[in-house]
Design a protein around this ligand. Sequence first.
Ligand SMILES: Nc1ncnc2c1ncn2[C@@H]1O[C@H](COP(=O)(O)OP(=O)(O)OP(=O)(O)O)[C@@H](O)[C@H]1O
Ligand SMILES: O=C(O)C1=C[C@@H](O)[C@@H](O)[C@H](O)C1
Ligand SMILES: [Mg+2]
Length: 167
Amino acid sequence: MAPVAVFVGVMGAGKSTIGAAVAAELGVAFADTDAIIEDRAGKPIPDIFVEDGEPAFRDLERRTVAEALATFDGVLALGGGAILDEDTRKLLAGHTVVYLSVELTDAIKRVGLGAGRPLLAINPRATLRHLLDQRRPLYLEVATHTVATDGRAEAETTAEVLTLLRR
Ligand SMILES: Nc1ncnc2c1ncn2[C@@H]1O[C@H](COP(=O)(O)OP(=O)(O)OP(=O)(O)O)[C@@H](O)[C@H]1O
Ligand SMILES: O=C(O)C1=C[C@@H](O)[C@@H](O)[C@H](O)C1
Ligand SMILES: [Mg+2]
């Protein structure tokens, strides 16, 4: 069993939004590892970061992603930093992985002040710029498809992803 598609990309790329829309169009289930982690921990991600620390979150994330890749056959969205883990990147090999790319200007517009995103609690613009530079090569490494979302409406991005997946 394997997901129909796995979405990766930085915060604000649209993994949750576009992932859910693509799943609905394909008539399959949608899951988001951030939401699974919050369910399991019984608290929102910012609380996990503050109370348990980022390493504890990353550990939970690595295990959650591995389990979903092995057992889930719908559309799966990963958290923005899931690909930082080398084991996760190896596990993604062989899967259909859609990298939703977004550059700083649009990403900032979408995440606003970073509410609900603990890594953006301080200086969201500079942090996001750094995360984009650090992670872009990792997203490209795992991606089988790359879709640029800058300046595009959600419906347009969704349609392009569906075209790629149906090819
Ligand atoms: N063309 C577009 N593609 C994707 N999302 C868009 C687009 N235009 C606007 N958005 C908006 O960007 C916002 C951020 O999207 P979303 O929460 O899905 O990002 P994410 O990649 O899941 O982020 P995170 O890693 O923080 O969970 C949403 O409010 C969404 O509606
Ligand atoms: O980019 C990141 O490292 C994160 C992105 C979100 O999806 C969450 O997984 C969390 O806020 C961390
Ligand atoms: Mg999301």
